[in-house]
Ligand binder design. Structure first.
Ligand code: ZN
Length: 420
């Protein structure tokens, strides 16, 4: 599937350090273990039924920062992202609003692309819609069935066949994966999140309440595709496993997303991936904090969304939106206040004025400037963007004219083009 336009990312003198990154499965920050000089990054994409809110944008900016820091360290990054363009919430929204589900998905995916482009997010190497990989998912589920790790659950009379579920207890017996491997959650927490986040613990016929859906057999009023499993459509977790393993080496260097994906989504993607390859799914499991608004987590279900597209349409500079988000550490849970955007616009104004005093390249730096060194140091430390912004502020407030390399560094590492 088409992604979006690549922003300009200037090359800086010298090489940055390999970043250290928090890993959910160990609870520690440790250096990213790249394989030779290449890294594979998978970040879960949107379900396209509502435009990009600041929580989404914050997550994609975190992994955009990782990608930029890796590239600056000389790492070749292969980045894959899905879009869940067929799923229950999308279909429910389409029905509720009387819009064809494909039109809804296409329109919202376009809006997402436009938001990412406005925010100067480097696009994924492989941007893949679930509807593009239905056959591949069916083949993967068939392999899990063959291995005794999946089983049918009967459906009602209107369906074309059985739904298929993943057997978590069998996977714990027969693979190196176990419940809690990634999330480190206790049983009560897993049960609660499974029920809250799209799971169906009480469905009759399941062997374990936490067994996740792999394949949903066709229903009369739902889209479906003919496959070797019969007509149906993919479950949520297996779609990411299949897309990630099609495009990235296993184990994936970093599997990322918002912290609300830790369980069950990433735990189960990891389970499926381990079962399919016999190898660990990812080296690092990295998660971003939740963004709140008006006292609650920003979410589609609550409707308290601040959307990138609306801020841009209201005339706000997308660079200021980016700066406002980067002012928070990616792992923190934080609340958006409208005043943050005004503060970011003032900061951007100071930075742009500073960049305009550059002597136009008379300082031909071939070695990293102190600002480059400072930015690299902050960002290599678990993507500490607040410290990186402080480092730029400190240089700007001194009032010394920047070199071109300094202005390039802000663009390359923070994604803010001060010459625009
Ligand atoms: Zn995913």
């Amino acid at each position: 599937m088409r992604s979006w336009a690549e922003p300009v990312v200037p090359r800086l003198p010298g090489l940055g350090d390999l970043p250290a990154l928090h890993d959910t499965s160990t609870g520690t920050v440790h250096p990213t273990e790249v394989d030779g000089s290449s890294a594979g990054l998978y970040v879960c994409g949107i379900t396209p039924y509502d435009a990009t809110h600041l929580g989404h944008a914050s997550t994609y900016l975190a992994f955009d920062t990782l990608l930029r820091v890796w590239r600056d360290a000389g790492v070749e990054v292969v980045y894959a992202q899905n879009t869940t363009d067929v799923d229950d919430p999308l279909l429910e929204r389409a029905t509720a609003t009387g819009v064809d589900w494909r039109e809804l998905a296409d329109g919202q995916t376009d809006l997402f692309r436009s938001d990412m482009q406005h925010l100067a997010v480097v696009p994924p190497t492989h941007y893949v819609a679930v509807t593009e990989v239905v056959t591949d998912v069916a083949d993967a589920v068939a392999r899990l069935l063959d291995r005794g790790l999946a089983y049918p659950v009967p459906t009602d009379a209107s369906s074309a066949g059985d739904d298929l579920y993943f057997d978590v207890r069998a996977a714990e017996r027969d693979t190196d994966w176990h419940l809690g491997l990634e999330s480190r959650y206790d049983a009560d927490t897993m049960a609660r999140f499974f029920a809250e986040r799209g799971g169906d613990p009480d469905r009759p016929g399941k062997r374990d309440p936490l067994d996740p859906l792999l394949w949903r057999a066709a229903r009369d009023d739902e889209p479906s595709w003919p496959t070797t499993l019969g007509a149906g459509r993919p479950g949520w977790h297996i779609e990411c496993t299949v897309i990630a393993q099609q495009h990235l080496d296993v184990p994936i260097t970093v599997n990322g997303g918002g912290s609300d994906l830790v369980f069950p989504h990433h735990e189960m993607s990891t389970a499926h991936g381990t079962a399919l390859t016999g190898r660990p799914y990812a080296v690092h499991h990295t998660h971003t904090g939740m963004v709140g608004y008006q006292g609650e987590k920003m979410s589609k279900s609550l409707g308290n969304l601040v959307k990138v597209s609306e801020l841009v349409a209201a005339g706000h500079d997308p660079r200021a939106v980016r700066l406002a988000l980067l002012a928070h550490h990616y792992r923190a849970d934080w609340e958006w206040f409208d005043a943050e955007l005004a503060a970011a616009e003032q900061r951007l104004g100071r930075w742009v004025a500073w960049a305009a005093t550059s002597d136009g390249g008379a300082v031909a730096a071939t070695a990293p400037t102190p600002l480059v060194v400072g930015l690299r140091s902050s960002l290599a430390d678990d993507l500490d963007t607040p410290s990186a912004l402080d480092a730029v502020d400190a240089v700007v407030s001194r009032g010394t004219a920047p070199s071109e390399v300094d202005v390039d560094a802000v663009q390359a590492l923070l994604g803010i083009d001060l010459r625009a």
